[in-house]
Ligand binder design. Structure first.
Ligand SMILES: [Zn+2]
Length: 535
């Protein structure tokens, strides 16, 4: 949990050079919110790029600034989002993702300035929940309406394609369909972070374009050959609009030589007896496969067509291992040891249930990279993924357990810190390839559908831990854990107790204490199974 190393250290020698900027010009811009004047923000111009005084901006626009002059980094925090800027670097990290902005942070006269390009970027909008527009001729920076459509995702299933519009507040919508099948949705008062085009190309929908118009959002579907009937409905928790486009099978495929073609649930085409020879239509029907294989080669298992003989699969992940010992501890067992002992005990209990098959990501003291852990869960087609960890803090009084489920945004700064720590093992992994942007996108698409279930499972486990272990309940939290983000399954990460707290560590070091923990998690899983009517 404790991070000693600063990312980047700049010598004081660099600071001396800052005073000598050539075409520097100090001025101000006016900041307007909902059309009303709020105040002025000092600016700086460097190489024709406009910068805003960071501290003043945060004061007027929102957020908190943490400026580390010695290491030359600046953190802007808002709504649980952390944005890190580094001097002399185009790299900016927004929570756990790296984005690029041209020289976003400069220092002049001992004050930090951030590029206007950042304030008007979608990264700002994502962290703050509203957009800023800058009008250079008037020198006015204006906050636009709050973003109320947080994201738009799609899912290709064998019999339909689903478009999901995630809402931050209730919004009305209207749909219309033209004769050429072009289908459109208008959402009055809708505000999106940015206009986008989703290239789906799955035969049902070719693409979806999202346009921000004056006081409305328009979403236009470009139909594919198999574009069928559209059904729309609302779902809540999170609030979302769902548009299901049926996969229509073209008339020629519905009957071959007058005999019916049936497509059973397993996605295998069955042509009624008596038909011989192949028809191009046959191949077309067969494309309703059990998996959607994207052009990036990432398989998204379709839960609806997998047959596991009625048994559900659970993957239990003992955090850390091998060269990665885990967090700091006051005394006793290392985190990797506690995790493995609890995971093993939990696995044994769940294996005794005949509705479950259980797999552990590791059963010994070995190092396993994070992406491999999620790959194990995906390959095994897990129905539940549980990652076991123990917590640590600088403050020895911190105690208790936390149950996390995956989210892009951390629920609080501490949750973000825990996620940062658990993700930091990425630095230990050798030969890590740069993550393919489209593969990551597919990860995020699959993941969103499981967020709800992850939160339900987290709630049930948390309740049982509170009921039957000596640990204090620090609550169910959300954060962007790498190990959860890659799994196409409801996943939770349990931070058992604090190894830096004498009482917690004593309980985790005792067999009796660990048995109570494993038993509580087991009970939480069983409650979840009941809720899902698995049992
Ligand atoms: Zn850990």
């Amino acid at each position: 949990m404790i991070k000693m190393l600063l990312r980047r250290t700049l010598g004081l020698a660099l600071l001396a050079g800052f005073a000598a900027a050539a075409q520097a010009k100090v001025d101000e811009v006016s900041y307007l919110k909902n059309g009303a004047y709020v105040g002025k923000i000092g600016t700086y111009i460097l190489n024709d790029a406009l910068y805003l005084d960071a501290t003043r901006s945060a004061k007027l626009i929102g957020g908190k600034i943490y400026w580390y002059p010695v290491s030359g980094k600046l953190m802007l925090q808002n709504r649980g989002n952390k944005i890190m800027f580094f001097m002399k670097s185009d790299e900016v990290t927004l929570n756990d993702t790296k984005v690029s902005l041209s020289n976003p942070l400069i220092v002049r006269g001992g004050r930090a300035f951030l590029a206007m390009d950042f304030f008007t970027s979608k990264h700002f909008a994502r962290a703050f929940g509203f957009k800023l527009d800058y009008d250079p001729s008037a020198g006015v920076l204006a906050a636009r309406q709050k973003i109320n459509i947080s994201s738009i995702n799609y899912f290709s299933y064998k019999d339909k394609t689903r478009l999901v519009v995630y809402l931050e507040e209730p919004l009305d919508y209207q749909t219309s369909q033209k004769e050429n099948n072009v289908f459109s949705i208008t959402m009055p008062n809708g505000v999106v972070e940015s206009e986008e085009k989703l290239n789906i190309a799955d035969g049902v929908i070719t693409s979806v374009d999202v346009f921000q118009e004056n006081k409305m959002v328009r979403i236009i579907f470009t139909p594919g050959d198999n574009f069928g009937k559209v059904a729309s409905f609302r779902l809540s928790g999170p609030d979302r609009l769902v548009f299901d486009v049926e996969k229509s099978v073209r008339p020629i495929a519905q009957s071959i030589n007058g005999l019916p073609v049936s497509v059973p649930d397993d996605g295998v085409t069955v042509i009624s007896p008596g038909v011989s020879g192949t028809d191009p239509a046959e191949a077309e029907v067969s494309s309703g496969a059990a998996r959607y294989v994207s052009d990036t080669g990432v398989n998204i298992p379709d839960k609806f067509v997998l047959d596991k003989g009625g048994r559900k699969r659970i993957v239990i992940d003992a955090g850390h291992g091998g060269k990665d010992p885990g967090g700091h501890r006051a005394f006793g067992l290392k985190e990797k040891e506690i995790n493995l002992l609890v995971a093993g005990e939990l696995s044994d209990m769940l294996k005794d249930e005949d509705i479950f098959d259980v797999l552990m990501t590791r059963t010994s003291d070995v190092f396993i990279p994070l992406d491999q852990r999620s790959r194990i869960a995906n390959d095994y087609k897990a129905d539940i993924f549980i990652s076991i960890h123990a917590n640590a803090s600088r403050d020895r009084r911190e105690k208790g357990f936390e149950v996390y489920f995956m989210s892009e945004n951390a629920s609080d700064p501490w949750a973000a810190e825990v996620a940062d720590y658990e993700n930091s093992v990425l630095g230990l992994e050798e030969g890590q390839e740069a993550s393919d942007a489209s593969a990551m996108l597919l990860h995020s698409l699959a993941r969103n559908e499981y967020l709800n279930e992850g939160s339900q499972l987290a709630g049930l486990i948390s309740k049982e831990l509170e009921r039957s272990t000596p640990f204090v309940n620090r609550g169910v939290k959300q954060a962007a854990f790498y190990v959860l983000r890659g799994t196409y399954t409801p996943g939770v990460l349990v931070e058992l107790g604090f190894m830096t707290n004498a009482k917690d560590q004593k309980d985790m070091n005792e067999k009796k204490g660990r048995a109570k923990i494993a038993n509580a998690i087991y009970k939480g899983v069983m409650k979840y199974a009941q809720m899902k009517k698995w049992k």
